[in-house]
Design a protein around this ligand. Sequence first.
Ligand SMILES: [Zn+2]
Length: 211
Amino acid sequence: MKYKFNPPGILKFMFSDFYWTTNNDKLLLTFDDGPIPDNTYQILNFLKSNNIKALFFCVGNNIRKYPEIAKSILDEGHTIGNHMYNHTNIRTVAKSETQKEIDQFNKITLKELNYKTEFFRPPHGRFNLATSGLMKQNKLKNVMWSLLSYDYKNDKNIVKFALENFLMKNSILVFHDNISSQPIIIDCLEFLVKEAEKKGFEFGDPAECLK
Ligand SMILES: [Zn+2]
């Protein structure tokens, strides 16, 4: 399995406006796909008791379904990013369709949360040549990652292996706020905090990590 996401230099050069790691040598914790009942709250409680601020790449349709949970994310001082309205793989649709989903996402966050996000993560990590331009037009920063935890495989040992071997001080970590990782997510986060402490790495706030 590929835990470390370290694309070829040419790709990073071509997409140098994307974030692949943090800029301040701190760990950035990100959660994709929420919000969902119960799970988001247990993550929020964990973050609060560990004094960590995270970036939640929410699916617009989940914000529509669970606006109160999305509100709690913001109330607790975390950041919400755009993960498309329907979690669509943008490689499989026309640019106009991607734009439509970005707009739909903006509309629902404005309506339900009075909030405008500045961050974007493409579902499944898939993007194409049009993505950079689209980000600029929408004044969005595209946030990729450097360490995938594979938490959605629902196997703690895989996540532990990833963290023990591939955690770097400037890692952008991906976890999931979804049903697949729900049974193990808190154990994994506890392990992450211990591992970071052991290695002397600190967690940073999204805004300072992605300057
Ligand atoms: Zn996703």
